[in-house]
Write a protein that binds this ligand. Structure first.
Ligand SMILES: [Zn+2]
Length: 66
C-alpha cells in the first residue's frame, strides 16, 4: 500500500480523497512546501534599502567631451 509523502501514513488510493496524500490536510502541507521552494530563490540577497528617487542624475561615462 502506498504511503502519504507528508506524514508517511498508509494511504488507500481507492478510498483516499486526495491521493497520494492521506487527506486534504497533508495535501495542503505539501502544496505549501512546494510554493515555499518556488518563491525562495537561493543566493539572491534582498535589498530593503532600494528605490532612491532623489538626487542628481548620474553622468554617463561615455559622455566625454574634449
Ligand atoms: Zn498524510
Amino acid at each position: 500500500m502506498p504511503r502519504c509523502p507528508v506524514c508517511d501514513a498508509a494511504v488507500d488510493l481507492a478510498a483516499a480523497e486526495h491521493p497520494p496524500f492521506c487527506g486534504e490536510r497533508c495535501r495542503l502541507v505539501d502544496l505549501g512546501r512546494w510554493l515555499d521552494e518556488a518563491y525562495s530563490l537561493p543566493e539572491k540577497p534582498r535589498d530593503d534599502d532600494e528605490g532612491d528617487g532623489e538626487g542628481p542624475p548620474a553622468r554617463r561615462p561615455d559622455d566625454d567631451e574634449g
